[in-house]
Design a binder for this molecule. Structure first.
Ligand code: FDA
Length: 583
């Protein structure tokens, strides 16, 4: 059968992984096509926390301003409240997402980009819109049916859901970005560890003006401890801001061992009123849906010419807000590699680095998100709620912490400690940024991996150790304007950063780029040069001598570094790039 369409890359799905891949591929000029099952993008605002690494990627893709303009800025994200209802007893607060004064400097120093809160319903159209305007061919209402691969490509059968008509698309590579129930991952037999549907959660999206209860303690998450909140689900009831302060999403647990509940609008309003603690508030229900909490990850993301990414490979609860972030980061990691291989600038072997680099991160976030759920246990314990189901007893136990007794003092101390543990969910900067890749697309420099000097989950440890994300520092650029080291890298090109005494590296880079046909842009950082080390931050961050160099990949991860000038910088750079690109 002759395929109805031919393309270099076929992307299946238009969620954060698929639309992220489409935008990255379109920006790099790769011929590709997207098919996606429904008539438009996400219809419910599931993901929202968008971390610095992802916003940095958006910066490189030229959409950072659009995302930040539509997102809620971080200083309205972080008074995370634990209470018995919005109108009820406030049990405690945790400062989250970079808003704690003692943590703010970590985030400001780490990245040129702030985190933000943007619901998936607003983010996906930005990604899809820019992708389409840059050349993506996107076919909605088109469902993946099956695939067959051979030595030269993949033939994918799809169904037009408006007509039922089936046809085939021939692609050199296929990206399975079809979410947590990925048919593509199943069809190509990706190996998985872990389990699905461990607990049930219910989303209720609604409009209601809750300003009165939240404006003075702005946050994206209000955690509600009420009888029933520990049934399945993510451990507690959540009232989550979608748009401040009139669009919301409630998450509530249900018992997954029972048949799925049918939630009427009247029942949904009742749950909302109970969590708000005020049944006079007018509530308009927009939608209700059910989802399962998973703990499952693929140990391999590739099967021949088919790559899976996003929730297709890592399936976990929303704790830590990592799902969409990681999906977009997967796409960004893969897109430049496909572009180089398709252009003939890199060998096929470069594609092996995709799952070598991303699968360990997928596993890490699945385990982290699940652990964050377990870490609600100490809060329940401190409040005396474990094993209790009688609402009156629970209320009495929560109230007991206000007593002037030694037991209550102990309870207060226990609660403080339990709330501190939630930093691993809401301030896990290290989980977000400490991505250190080990693969055939990274060339070691012979030094051991730098040890973490602070908790690696909570704190980011900047390093130019090969495989790590390039540290951000501000440099002086044209007209004295501040430019991030990240602005020198990215854009589908390799970058080489060196100092004045390393100028020979820059000259070598020009020759090697020409010889290998690779876009490699050298930057000599120092006085009288185009980029100045304004605050000497680069000298402190680079971990190599002024005559050394740091070679950065198109995805702003360090490919290799040299501590000083080599005897023959041209042959050294040729050796390294040849290895990184599997030539
Ligand atoms: P996703 O499921 O989003 O998309 C799959 C795509 O494939 C869709 O376009 C679908 O139509 C398409 N598709 C499926 N089957 C198909 C077929 N057979 N043929 C064609 N197309 C098909 N994450 C985060 O980073 N920060 C956060 O704050 C949160 N918060 C959050 C809250 C809640 C309540 C939930 C449930 C989830 C989150 N997440 C999150 C997680 C986030 O929503 C999730 O990780 C991403 O949507 C995953 O993106 P994908 O693109 O991989 O899959």
């Amino acid at each position: 059968m002759t395929a109805a369409f031919e393309t270099d890359v076929l992307v299946i799905g238009s969620g954060p992984a698929g639309s992220g891949a489409a935008l990255s591929l379109a920006t790099l000029g790769v011929d590709h096509m997207v098919i996606t099952k429904y008539r438009w993008t996400a219809n419910t605002p599931r993901s929202h926390i968008t971390n610095q690494r992802t916003v940095e990627i958006f910066r490189d893709l030229g959409i950072e301003d659009d995302v930040l303009a539509q997102g809620t800025e971080h200083d309205r994200m972080g008074e995370t409240v634990f209470c018995t209802s919005l109108a009820g007893d406030e049990i405690g607060r945790v400062r989250t997402w970079e808003t704690a004064p003692e943590r703010a400097s970590d985030y400001i120093a780490a990245s040129p980009s702030p985190n933000c809160d943007i619901p998936q319903t607003l983010l996906e159209p930005i990604l899809v819109g820019h992708a389409a305007s840059r050349g993506s061919r996107i076919r909605f209402d088109t469902e993946y049916v099956g695939l067959e691969q051979d030595a030269d490509g993949v033939t994918v059968t799809v169904r037009d859901r408006t007509t039922g008509h089936e046809y085939t698309i021939r692609a050199k590579y296929v990206l399975g970005a079809d979410g947590g129930r990925s048919q593509v991952a199943e069809d190509v037999g990706l190996p998985f560890e872990g389990e699905m549907d461990l607990a049930g959660s219910m989303n209720i999206v609604f409009h209601a003006d809750l300003s009165h209860y939240v404006e003075h303690r702005p946050s994206v998450l209000y955690w509600i401890l009420q009888p029933g909140s520990d049934v399945g689900g993510i451990g507690m009831g959540v009232v989550r801001m979608v748009r401040p302060w009139n669009e919301w999403l409630v998450i509530w647990g249900y018992d997954i061992s029972q048949p799925p509940p049918e939630v009427t609008d009247a029942e949904a309003i009742k749950i909302v009123h109970e969590l708000v603690g005020d049944d006079t508030i007018p509530v308009t229900i927009r939608s209700t849906s059910l989802w399962g909490n998973n703990k499952r990850y693929a140990t391999r993301y590739r099967a021949g010419r088919v790559f899976c990414l996003g929730d297709a490979c890592h399936r976990h609860p929303p704790s830590n807000g990592l799902g969409s972030n990681t999906s977009i980061q997967d796409a960004y990691n893969l897109a430049w590699k496909l572009a180089y291989v398709l252009r003939g600038t890199a060998g096929e072997g470069l594609l092996d680095s995709f799952d070598a680099e991303r699968a360990p991160i997928g596993k890490q976030i699945v385990l982290r998100a699940n652990k964050s759920i377990e870490e609600f246990g100490p809060i329940f314990d401190a409040l005396g709620l474990l094993g209790e189901s009688d609402p009156e007893v629970m209320t009495r136990h929560i109230a007991a912490r206000a007593d002037n007794t030694p037991e209550a003092a102990e309870q207060r101390a226990k609660l403080r400690k339990a709330l501190e543990l939630k930093n691993y969910e809401f301030n896990a900067h290290g989980v977000e940024l400490n991505h250190r890749y080990a693969s055939n697309a990274v060339v070691p420099d012979g030094t051991p991996e730098p040890e973490f000097t602070r908790d690696p989950e909570l704190h980011y440890h900047p390093t130019t150790w090969p495989g790590a994300r390039l540290p951000h520092v501000w440099l002086g650029g044209a007209g004295g304007r501040r430019v991030s080291t990240h602005d020198l890298a990215g854009k589908g090109r390799f970058a080489l950063l060196t100092g004045i005494s390393g100028s020979a590296w820059a000259e070598a880079a020009v020759q090697v780029a020409e010889k290998l046909g690779v876009e490699l842009v050298p930057y000599v950082i120092g006085p009288g040069r185009e980029h100045i080390d304004l605050y000497d931050d680069w000298a402190r961050a680079r971990e190599v001598g002024e005559d050394g160099c740091v070679l950065v990949r198109p995805d702003t991860h360090v490919a290799w570094r040299s501590h000083g000038l080599a005897d023959d910088p041209t042959s050294e750079l040729t050796r390294v790039l040849t290895e990184v690109l599997s030539r």
